[in-house]
Design a protein around this ligand. Structure first.
Ligand code: UD1
Ligand code: MG
Length: 471
């Protein structure tokens, strides 16, 4: 069976009140229109025509050149939208799947179910509609059925009588049409309705009158939800997120508080990892097994090895090895490559740096643009000074270096292997291997300085606790 699809995506998204086309808004990290395209590809439909309007550039930049675009210059309704694809549809014999561009919940399964139901019908079947039963059908087109249970026609909410408004079966705006019959019916629809638009839904009544049968597959309403405004966008995001979390939980990932956990569709997590409340995992993040992630952690586009713990931290586009301890309150900025068994603790920021295994920076440290070996110890308050006001450059810190607290390592020095840096140093030239680098002025102790100062003021020096006991 020859299969193609027409996706209607030319609407102006007026109700979104956004400069971004509604189909370009993201649900679980993927643009709405990409969800639709992926479902079609997965269902085996590779020939896809997108009806686009004013915001076509946004859609083209998402879907690229794998699909076909036709322009609907004026938005005169869903029927008019599909008519724009008639040049592509004419002469085709198989079926056309028609979908709205604003339904990210559509799945390949739903499309396959509709195709299978259509194929199971005889030659007298012209179309298969995907419908759903809504508790609150307000705004949707209603499905009117014959006495024998088959579909008779669809009536838009605005055009319904009191009686018809009570119908709870709604049109999802997803259909499988026999292509020649779709073209024939489109040629006969008018715009004689409350919105003076050409309704695609009218093709159903026309084909029925021609003597064809119209079938329907009833789906879960959540699989058909569309996005017309920001409220519906947030509802759809919540449903999609819940589904993604449940998939992970089925695969052995523990999610302590699904309500406060957001995971994008492309994220992969191995079993026995625990995700604590307030965690957001986005991009194409991959997390190994036996990790503990969170609370309140954001990981974006990163790879995390097995057994790593990341607590209250932010990790962006970086690789972290196995059995690392990150956080609380670490910031791992893009392009870090952190090996196994590394500890990066409170208020440690790392950017564009490689860090070797067993290295530790437990507190208040900044490492930027640097290459750090194995088993290095960063004392509290170490800073790699990687910016000279114009250019960024890092330092090279070889294996087993021990850096005392509150030290500045100015780029682009090399600290040789097994060297020590005295606490409080500002290191501006290389330190050879196995050496001690001291970059601070020598300490001078002035004996009896305090009593001297008191005498100069004509006072007797009194120790603080003596003063207190006097009071
Ligand atoms: C449509 C259906 C309704 C169904 C509902 C399900 C019609 C007449 N009504 O109503 O029966 O219950 O979807 O969500 O079909 N579009 C164009 N060009 C246009 C008009 C619309 O490309 O001229 C696109 C929109 O961008 C959107 C899709 O078609 O992606 C559906 O249009 P929308 O205005 O959302 O239709 P609904 O009022 O939701
Ligand atoms: Mg809609």
């Amino acid at each position: 069976m020859e299969i193609c699809a027409v996706v209607m995506a030319a609407g102006k998204s007026t109700r979104m009140k956004s400069k971004i086309s509604k189909v370009a808004h993201q649900v679980s990290g993927k643009p709405i229109i990409q969800w639709v395209a992926d479902a079609l590809f997965e269902a085996g439909c590779s020939e896809q025509v997108y009806v686009v309007g004013e915001q076509q550039e946004q859609i083209r930049s998402i879907l690229g050149e794998n699909v076909i675009y036709v322009l609907q210059e004026e938005q005169r309704g869903t029927g008019h939208a599909v008519m724009q694809a008639s040049g592509f549809l004419e002469g085709r014999l198989g079926v056309t799947i028609v979908l709205p561009g604003d339904c990210p919940m559509v799945s390949a399964d739903t499309i396959k179910r509709a195709l299978a139901a259509y194929e199971a019908e005889g030659d007298d079947c012209a179309a298969m509609i995907i419908t759903a039963v809504a508790d609150d059908p307000t705004g949707y087109g209603r499905v009117l059925r014959d006495s024998d249970g088959s579909v008779d026609r669809i009536i838009e909410h605005r055009d319904c009588t009191e009686e018809e408004l009570k119908i709870k079966e709604i049109n999802s705006s997803m259909y499988v049409f026999r292509t020649p019959l779709l073209i024939s019916a489109l040629g006969r629809i008018g715009a004689n309705n409350s919105q003076s638009e050409y309704y695609l839904t009218d093709t159903i009544g026309i084909l029925k009158k021609d003597g064809y049968r119209i079938g329907a597959v009833i789906c879960d309403i959540d699989d058909t939800r569309g996005v017309n405004d920001c409220i519906q966008l947030s509802q759809v995001q919540a449903i999609m997120n819940r589904r993604i979390l449940e998939n992970h939980m089925r695969n052995g990932v523990q999610i302590v508080d699904p309500a406060s956990t957001w995971i994008h569709s492309a994220v992969r997590i191995a079993s026995d990892t625990v995700i604590l409340p307030g965690t957001t995992l986005v991009g194409d993040t991959v997390i190994g097994s036996d990790c503990i992630i969170g609370e309140n952690t954001r990981i974006d586009g990163s790879v995390i090895g097995d057994g790593t713990v990341i607590d209250c931290s932010v990790v962006t586009r970086s690789v972290i090895g196995s059995d690392c301890r990150i956080g609380p309150f670490s910031h791992i900025r893009p392009d870090c490559n952190i090996a196994d068994h590394v500890t990066l603790g409170a208020y440690v920021e790392v950017k564009s740096s490689d860090i070797g295994e067993y290295t530790r920076a437990r507190h208040l440290t900044y490492i930027g643009d640097s290459s750090v070996g194995k088993n290095v110890n960063f004392g509290c308050g170490t800073v790699t000074c990687n910016f000279d006001g114009q250019d960024k450059a890092g330092c090279t810190i070889e294996d087993n270096v021990f850096i005392g607290g509150n030290s500045n390592i100015v780029s682009s020095v090399v600290l040789g292997r097994d060297s020590y840096i005295a606490a409080g140093s500002t290191i501006t030239s290389d330190v050879p291997a196995l050496s001690l680098g001291i970059g601070r002025s020598q300490q001078v102790n002035k004996a009896d300085w305090v009593s001297e100062k008191s005498r100069m003021r004509g006072e007797n020096y009194i120790r603080l606790d003596d003063k207190r006991s006097e009071v």
